[in-house]
Design a protein. Structure first.
Length: 122
């Protein structure tokens, strides 16, 4: 099982000095990596990643929130295609200097997982 990556700190989640394991069997980390890796930069798979990095210098407007949601849905689509999830819902939450993606992933087992992924904007 994978060590859990915290999307807000971009580091492993620790408890008493030991890395916590991803309770979703790697699905949490898969979502995080697909959103945080720039699309095309992972050499073994040029389709891995997202375009969210393109929004880092954008202003906090409704159009950017819509683009972030679309980019996240595109990046997470392979998780649906390979059967690890049956449904993925992405919504946005605007905060000062940041846009949060609120992601609900329904696993193939029927369990729903919720993730929060920050996107830096101006």
């Amino acid at each position: 099982m994978d060590a859990l990556i915290d999307s807000s700190t971009r580091d492993y989640t620790l408890s008493n000095g030991a890395a916590l394991r991803d309770p979703a069997g790697g699905l949490s980390n898969s979502c995080y990596l697909r959103l945080s890796v720039p699309l095309g930069s992972y050499w073994p798979d040029k389709n891995f990643g997202s375009r969210l990095h393109e929004l880092q210098r954008e202003k906090d407007v409704a159009r950017v929130a819509m683009l972030a949601r679309q980019y996240a849905e595109q990046a997470l689509a392979p998780i649906l295609a390979d059967g690890r999830a049956t449904q993925i819902n992405v919504s946005t939450e605007r905060a000062a200097g940041r846009l949060n993606l609120l992601i609900e992933v329904t696993e193939s087992s029927g369990e729903t997982l919720t993730f929060k992924h920050p996107v830096g904007i101006i």
